[in-house]
Design a binder for this molecule. Structure first.
Ligand code: NAD
Length: 547
């Protein structure tokens, strides 16, 4: 019916709204925040287009006010987990074979809904449920989500357009099939955009999905699911099943039709998932594709030629925005002795200006960390620094979980470059700083490279080009996203494809065509116009090598 050839041109990135006082967007967002901070949602499972209430419930609360219950959600039991797999497999028959233009059209409609009609709603529910300030939510829950969708439409066009060479006598084609089986999308609490992309990147190329959202991001993730449906996503293409990770994982990862895992979260969970898949290899129909983006121990490395004010700003933004709960957050820094005193005073001045509190007060740069478990873990690391002779708290160090899970932006100076806070992911507003002798620049680059098992993001601040070239060489595998004179957070879809290697994941670069390739299983088709009718080749006639 539709014989048009489509190509989706490279889009522009979604503009970021300012939410300055008095703007229309600020007024609209304020209204949504007021509404959703009081409204009590009931969040069902959504399987094959049907809402299911299991009665096995949990609560969604505000991190900045844990007595404020935003929603009650229903947990999947074994029965619903199996139903979700069946629904995904059933939907696969249709979704895998409809025109890709229809799939793209639905995903672009989702982008348009989030960019316009639901912009303030998506921000409000992400702010309240995941503890983000307006700017942090805007850049990801809205802009990054929309960018993933629009850029993926462009990347799909490019991928499908790539066809092999044909001779005069034949026609060669590559059919970009989705995987045979369903994709298990497992999303983290900290980015609404990632949750959306973990489901929709496989879906746009024809896969169907069983989605296990994080229980700490259920409010925004539920609304995402409702928007997918409003945009026309057919029943069963995405199946939304909140519940306990290990219970859902146990059933889904053991299923013979598991086609792939699209995961973002901690590397402990990812390693567990991979081990389960590895122990099941004989049972699967196909080898499952495993894509996982995991933790980080991201660094800022300062050369003596750096501008101190620029470094202080990058450190404060990189380490404390969203309370350091970004996989890319700056959590260790290497500073030359000659700059340290000045840098310390600049960081101190910045920290004194930071306001901390409720997400509904737009002045608060720092809000609460996600839950009590995270609070206790982060405070545990701070306590280790307080108790050690190898570390000193330079700024912050306090916390209070009476009303919300608030932790002061904390700077630790370490004497031992291998002190635990320099090596392990803390995932909170804590940055550790090691001061090195200026003449030990190259030696300290090696130290940075060998200090942590992760390899996600890193920055080098240097006005000296040869110093930064050296850093680029030594730190080649220390970060999948590397920055010159910028903070290590805030990658933008289509501009800095995101992901890291080592213990930070499979580096399949969300926000680029590279990620989409993992959800495709190509089939090559050769057609011969005039097939031969004699098995003998010409040389056989000449040499009479036949009877
Ligand atoms: P997490 O590992 O605790 O949880 C991630 C998801 O896995 C959740 O939905 C959870 O319920 C689920 N899960 C837990 N056990 C499971 C199991 N056995 N089987 C299947 N699913 C299971 O991570 P989190 O606390 O939600 O997120 C924070 C982590 O995510 C940090 O380590 C951070 O660095 C990482 N992260 C990485 C990136 C990246 O792009 N590299 C981006 C965002 C977050």
């Amino acid at each position: 019916m539709n014989n048009a050839q489509f190509y989706f041109a490279r889009p522009e990135n979604e503009p970021v709204y300012s939410y300055s006082k008095g703007t229309d967007e600020r007024i609209a967002l304020d209204e949504e925040l007021k509404k959703h901070s009081k409204q009590k949602n009931e969040i069902p499972l959504i399987i094959g287009g049907k809402e299911i209430y299991t009665g096995k419930t949990g609560k969604v609360v505000c991190p900045h006010d844990h007595n404020n219950v935003l929603a009650t959600y229903h947990n999947a039991t074994d029965k619903e987990i199996n139903m979700a797999i069946e629904a995904a497999m059933k939907a696969h028959e249709h979704w895998a074979t409809i025109s890709w233009i229809e799939r793209v059209s639905i995903t672009l409609k989702i982008a348009e809904l989030i960019s316009t009609k639901y912009r303030y709603l998506m921000n409000a529910v992400t702010m309240l449920g995941q503890g983000k300030n307006a700017y942090q939510s805007e850049i990801e829950a809205v802009c990054e989500t929309v960018d993933f969708l629009r850029f993926n439409a462009h990347y799909v066009s490019e991928i499908y357009d790539d066809q092999p060479h044909s001779e005069k006598s034949n026609l060669n084609r590559v059919e970009y099939r989705p995987l045979e089986g369903f994709v298990f999308a497992v999303s983290p609490f900290n980015f609404t955009a990632i949750a959306s992309n973990l489901c929709l990147a496989p879906a746009v190329v024809g896969n169907t999905v069983v989605w296990k959202p994080s229980n700490n991001a259920l409010l925004s993730n539920y609304y995402l699911m409702k928007i997918f449906e409003e945009a026309g996503m057919p029943p069963g293409v995405i199946n939304f099943i909140p519940g306990k990770g290990s219970e859902i994982g146990n059933i889904v990862l053991n299923h013979k039709d598991l086609g792939g895992v699209h995961f973002t979260g901690s590397n402990g969970t990812f390693n567990q998932i991979w081990k389960t898949v590895a122990s099941n290899l004989e049972n699967y129909k196909s080898y499952p594709r495993i894509v996982g983006e995991t933790g980080g121990k991201d660094f800022i490395f300062v050369h003596s030629s750096a501008n101190v004010k620029e470094v202080a700003t990058a450190l404060v933004r990189g380490a404390f925005e969203y309370q350091g709960q970004k996989c890319s957050a700056a959590s260790r820094a290497y500073v030359p002795e000659s700059l340290w005193e000045e840098l310390k005073s600049q960081i101190g001045e910045n920290i004194r200006l930071i306001k901390k509190g409720d997400v509904m007060d737009f002045c608060n740069f720092v809000n609460a960390v996600i839950d009590e478990k995270a609070y206790d873990k982060i405070m545990g690391y701070i306590q280790k620094a307080k108790d050690s002779d190898d570390a000193e708290i330079v700024f912050g160090g306090g916390g209070d979980k009476t009303k919300g899970y608030f932790i002061d932006p904390t700077v630790i100076e370490v004497k031992d470059p291998h002190f635990v806070t320099m090596e392990e992911e803390i995932f909170g507003p804590v940055v550790s700083i090691y001061v090195y002798k200026d003449e030990d620049y190259e030696k300290t680059l090696e130290l940075c490279n060998n200090t942590s098992p992760f390899g996600l993001t890193g920055s080098i601040f240097s006005k000296d080009v040869s110093a930064r070239t050296k850093a680029c060489q030594v730190l080649r595998y220390a970060a999948g996203n590397f920055y010159f004179n910028d903070k290590p957070t805030g990658s933008v879809v289509g501009q800095q494809p995101f992901g890291g290697a080592r213990q930070s994941g499979t580096n399949d670069k969300a926000g680029s065509y590279l990620n989409l390739l993992r959800w495709i299983s190509p089939r090559s088709i050769k057609e011969t116009y005039l097939p031969p009718t004699d098995f003998r080749y010409p040389y056989m006639y000449e040499e009479k090598c036949y009877r």
